[in-house]
Ligand binder design. Structure first.
Ligand SMILES: [Zn+2]
Length: 187
């Protein structure tokens, strides 16, 4: 079997930013930087909890967009194919009516992530309800729901780059809360 070429999660960013992340991984400083910025993992553990979380956000920003039929963590979504989330809208005929069936799937890797990254991917998928392309109005919707959207997407992609390079996952459900100790503790 031919090995898969590594996914470049930072492909759409300027070279100096990509280079900065590559250097931080090489120097072993990326994990600490991410953990000090995002110390905690979120508590959304189940599909039911995820559904409630997504609906809450949707009701806040996209109240008129129609109901969501399904929201779930999806282990079939592989981040290697660069699909972090998925939004589907199928038209179905119910009697004489045409009804849209909307689903949001979030890659299972987001189960163990900081709350900021979960919010970012959910905001991204919610914005797709209104706008299917990744265009200007799409990102405007994202930033309306999460003003820090661009930074969060970059940091998330930095984390995925870290995992791709063989780094260990930084967040887990049972981890103790990380506290940034500054200055470093000396024995
Ligand atoms: Zn998208």
């Amino acid at each position: 079997m031919r090995p898969q070429p590594p996914t470049n999660y930072l492909a759409s960013y300027p070279a100096d930013l990509t280079e900065k992340i590559r250097r931080m991984i090489e120097q072993g400083s990326l994990a600490g930087w991410l953990l000090s910025k995002y110390p905690d993992s979120h508590k959304v553990r189940t599909d039911k909890a995820l559904y409630d979380y997504v609906v809450q956000l949707k009701d806040m920003y996209l109240r008129n967009a129609g109901p969501l039929n399904k929201v779930a963590f999806d282990s079939r979504l592989h981040v290697t194919s660069n699909a972090l989330g998925m939004h589907t809208s199928k038209s179905q005929v119910h009697g004489s009516k045409l009804k849209a069936k909307r689903e949001i799937h979030v890659a299972a890797i987001f189960r163990d992530m900081p709350p900021e990254f979960l919010r970012m991917i959910v905001v991204h998928e919610l914005a797709h309800i209104k706008e299917s392309e990744h265009n200007k109005s799409f990102y405007k919707l994202c930033c309306n729901m999460e003003p820090n959207y661009y930074q969060l997407e970059f940091d998330l992609r930095a984390y995925l780059t870290w995992l791709e390079s063989g780094g260990k996952p930084l967040w887990s459900p049972n981890q103790p809360t990380h506290h940034a100790c500054n200055p470093p503790f000396k024995a």
